[in-house]
Design a binder for this molecule. Structure first.
Ligand SMILES: [Zn+2]
Length: 132
């Protein structure tokens, strides 16, 4: 089994301890299930919600992503559209926020668990889980 770097694990939304188990049970492109998470890592059995309401903190990360999207698409609309009417900005930014929501949601939770979960990488955790 090839080891993943922390960055690869974050990009692919893998468990921070084993970097093998998926944090989300469905694809980001599933309209109704993109937010579904198993309670524990399917590979090493790490409990994802490190404490009650752990993922509430992901809202702040999600907010930062949303600000970045608003600024990016606002500036792009200004440059491409030659400073159009306000409703053009609102429409472009609303569509962008709705389109990227599934990714901001999932990556906010992934970053929350990887950065603030207090979990270290432990490739042996899978074998310990399987031998039980
Ligand atoms: Zn795991």
């Amino acid at each position: 089994m090839k080891e993943k770097s922390a960055l690869q694990a974050i990009v692919k939304s893998k468990c921070p301890r084993c970097r093998e188990g998926d944090m989300f049970s469905s694809s980001a492109f599933s309209l109704t299930k993109f937010a579904d998470m198993p309670s524990h890592c399917p590979a090493c059995n790490l409990r994802y919600a490190r404490e009650p309401s752990f993922f509430d903190g992901a809202m702040y990360i999600s907010y930062a992503f949303s600000v970045a999207i608003v600024v990016t698409f606002g500036v792009a609309t200004y440059i491409i559209g030659g400073d159009p009417d306000v409703w053009v900005y609102l429409t472009v930014i609303s569509i962008a926020i709705l389109f990227f929501f599934r990714f901001t949601f999932r990556y906010a939770r992934t970053l929350m668990l990887h950065l603030f979960g207090g979990v270290s990488y432990d490739p042996e955790s899978i074998e310990r889980h399987e031998s039980r």
